[in-house]
Structure formats: structure tokens, C-alpha cells
Design a protein around this ligand. Structure first.
Ligand SMILES: *Cc1c(COP(=O)(O)O)cnc(C)c1O
Length: 401
């Protein structure tokens, strides 16, 4: 059991707490499920980009999937090997492409023909060969929140299969491009195997036709998207997930790359917040806490459900309440309509499964300092990001007064 009261005393609230042992366990489970093949697990940095988290991933032998040059630099800074770093994303600036090429990372994941032309031009200017993969949109409908579904024609991501094929052929004959990977990422928080199976079939078929054209694809990148249990969702069996991909590949010899974000870090994380006071307007009961949507925006942004627990409460006076933050927005809530015992000032509430897309999506809205982050390993806890101060927040403005 994690002693949240101790952590709150030691580091203050609101606070993010990550159990690194859970990350290790998840990483190994995923790695094991692909053990029949060569595989590379590239953690999606956007889910949780704390340097110590990335360093931990590096210690497990993992790589990183990045969606900005900033994330590439974070990964390198944390000790991720350059040949385990992928740079994805639907829009890359010239200077970002140039820097990624100079850093000689594993590959750039391309999402349009025009982007490929930019990469080729920049590689030619630098006199280097750019290793690339193409993100293919297999047009598969994934039952998840529309904001996190990415594999349909109507989404901005990837290119159609026939366009991808054209791009690979063009790349093969370019002096400055080397096609090494093929990629799909169909969405996030996916809790069934079927969409992965369907995407695997579409992409393996493209892979075979590329091989037939003598285009030597080495990396079969199946993206991320494996969901976790926030409420009572059924979750994917990793065995079936891996098997569905392996079956579609048949005997083709490729290294499987997978880009889990949420699956690796979602359940390792807790957001700890303190009760300020309760208010009841006769119609509704609100528990006002010191954490807010600027710290954890998933409930406001995606109507996401996070389990919440009031710690050390012996009060049996339970009723329905919304847990809300201090921000001046009606959308500022962490949980709605939860059965919660009567709370008192300074009671602790822990919001669970908050390790993915929590801190990374936080902001300074309402001039609130970004919170501290703490890692747990075995019996030990340690600070991995200090709480921001008011000075930190105004640092980039104060000299212009
Ligand atoms: C966001 C993203 C991921 C990770 O998604 P999860 O649902 O967190 O696993 C992987 N690959 C790409 C290209 C992404 O954009």
C-alpha cells in the first residue's frame, strides 16, 4: 500500500505520484508477448515525458516515440539510445527535420507526400540519407472517444494505402531517402483486439507487396493505443494482441516496433489532491479540492472517468458529489456524481490511473504552478520534478515590464 498521507506531508499537494515498479512490470509483459520476434518498445513520450520516467524506460531497454523535436531532445537527454528513437507527427518544421536528421535517430515517420519532399530536400542539403517510415491510415473505425480516434479517412493522420505505396517507390529511388519502416497508429484507449487485427492485415499485405518490389522494410510499427481499465472496461489480452499481429505477418522477417503510451504509464500514476471545503447549494453537493483541470484535464477534455478515493475516512455519511477544482470554469472538475463520504478540510483524495496524459497536458492556467512529481521504487520515494514557484511562472515575462 502506498502511504499517500506521508507523501502529501513530504511533498505537498496537488501531487503526481508514479510507481516505477508498475512501469517495469508493464514493459516486461509487453516485451514478453512479442518474444517470438525481434521487437522494440518505443514509449510514446507525450503520455508522460518526465526525464526520470524516460531514464527508467531506457534502463529497461526501451526506445521512444516522439512527436516533436522537443520530445526527441528529452529522450536523448534521458539516455535513450538514438537508434531507438522515432520521430512521428503530422507536421514537422524544417528546423525540426534538420535537427532530427543531424541527431541520426532511428527513423522519421512521415504522414504526407509533401512532408516526404521536405525531408528529402533537407537530407540532400545536409548530404545525409534519411531513414523513413510512412504512417498508413488503414481506415478502421475504433470505438473510442472521437478526439482520440485516428485511423479513419476523416482524421488528419497518415496516408491511404495507395499513396503510401507511391511514397515508398519514390523513396526507394531517392538518393537521400531510405525506407526502413511501415507504421500505423489507429487511436488511443482501444479495448478490443479486432481493430489491431484488421490494421495488421492491411499493413502486412502492403509490406508483402513492398518486399516484392525489393523495398527492404525492416520495422513493422504497430503504434500504440492499447487501453487500460479506468472504470469497468474490458481490456485487451496482450497475448491475443500480439498474436493478431504475428499471425498477419506470417513468416515475414521484421522487427516489431510498438509505441505504447497509456499502457505503460497510465495505471502507475496517482494524482493526489486535498479537500479545501464542501459546499452544497441545496441541489448539488460540491467537494472543492486544491487540484484542478490545469493539473489533470482529461475529465474536462474527454469526459474521461478516473476512479477517486477519499483516504482514511471513517465517515459513513455517504452521498453523491462532484469533485471540482478552484478554476474559474464550469468545466473544471475531476469527477462527477460520485458516492463520497462527507469530507473535511485537508482530507486527501487520490485520483487513480493518472500517469498518462496527466502532467504532460497540464498548464499554468489561472497562474497556477505546475505540481511536483514523485517516483516510487520499491520502498523509496523521490522527487523527480519540483513544484513550480511563482518566480518560475513569471520568469519569461518579468524582464519586459
Ligand atoms: C499518441 C501516440 C501513441 C501512444 O498512444 P497510447 O494510446 O498512449 O498508447 C503512439 N504512437 C503515436 C504515433 C501516437 O501519436
Amino acid at each position: 500500500m502506498i502511504n499517500f498521507a506521508n507523501l502529501a506531508d513530504k511533498y505537498g499537494t496537488p501531487l503526481y505520484v508514479y510507481n516505477f515498479d508498475t512501469i517495469t512490470e508493464r514493459f516486461n509483459l509487453l516485451k514478453d508477448s512479442f518474444k517470438a520476434r525481434k521487437s522494440l518498445i518505443c514509449f510514446a513520450v507525450k503520455a508522460n515525458s518526465n526525464l526520470s520516467v524516460l531514464k527508467h524506460i531506457a534502463s529497461l531497454g526501451g526506445g521512444c516515440d516522439c512527436v516533436s523535436i522537443g520530445e526527441v531532445k528529452r529522450a536523448l537527454h534521458a539516455g535513450i539510445a538514438k537508434y531507438k528513437i522515432i520521430y512521428s507527427g503530422v507536421g514537422k518544421r524544417d528546423d525540426e527535420i534538420e535537427e532530427a536528421l543531424k541527431k541520426d535517430i532511428l527513423m522519421l515517420n512521415l504522414e504526407s507526400e509533401e512532408e516526404m519532399a521536405r525531408v528529402e530536400a533537407i537530407a540532400s542539403k545536409l548530404r545525409v540519407v534519411a531513414r523513413i517510415s510512412v504512417r498508413v491510415n488503414p481506415n478502421i473505425d475504433v470505438k473510442t472517444h472521437p478526439y482520440i480516434s485516428t485511423g479513419l479517412h476523416e482524421n488528419k493522420f497518415g496516408v491511404e494505402v495507395d499513396v503510401a505505396k507511391r511514397m515508398y517507390i519514390k523513396a526507394k529511388y531517392s538518393e537521400f531517402l531510405e525506407p526502413v519502416g511501415i507504421h500505423f497508429h489507429i487511436g488511443s484507449q482501444i479495448v478490443e483486439v479486432e481493430p489491431f487485427r484488421e490494421a495488421g492485415v492491411v499493413l502486412s499485405s502492403l509490406l508483402r507487396s513492398l518486399r516484392a518490389l525489393d523495398i527492404d522494410i525492416k520495422f513493422f510499427d504497430i503504434g500504440g493505443g492499447v487501453g487500460i481499465r479506468y472504470e469497468n472496461e474490458e481490456t485487451i489480452s496482450l497475448y491475443e494482441y500480439a498474436q493478431s499481429i504475428l499471425a498477419s505477418l506470417g513468416g515475414v522477417d521484421v522487427t516489431i516496433v510498438c509505441e505504447p503510451g497509456r499502457y505503460l504509464v497510465g495505471e502507475c500514476g496517482y494524482f493526489l489532491t486535498k479537500v479545501l471545503y464542501e459546499k452544497n447549494n441545496g441541489v448539488k453537493r460540491f467537494v472543492v479540492v486544491d487540484g484542478a483541470m490545469n493539473d489533470l484535464i482529461r475529465p474536462s477534455l474527454y469526459s474521461a472517468y478516473h476512479e477517486v478515493e477519499l483516504l482514511n475516512s471513517s465517515n459513513e455519511d455517504v452521498s453523491e458529489a462532484d469533485i471540482v477544482g478552484p478554476i474559474c470554469e464550469s468545466g473544471d472538475f475531476l469527477a462527477k456524481k460520485r458516492a463520497l463520504p462527507k469530507t473535511k478540510h485537508n482530507d486527501l483524495i487520490v485520483v487513480k490511473n493518472a500517469g498518462a496524459y496527466g502532467f504532460t497536458m497540464s498548464s499554468n492556467y489561472n497562474t497556477r504552478a505546475r505540481v511536483a512529481e514523485v517516483a516510487l521504487e520499491g520502498e523509496n520515494d523521490r522527487l523527480i520534478r519540483r513544484r513550480e514557484s511563482f518566480e518560475d511562472i513569471i520568469a519569461l515575462e518579468k524582464d519586459f515590464l
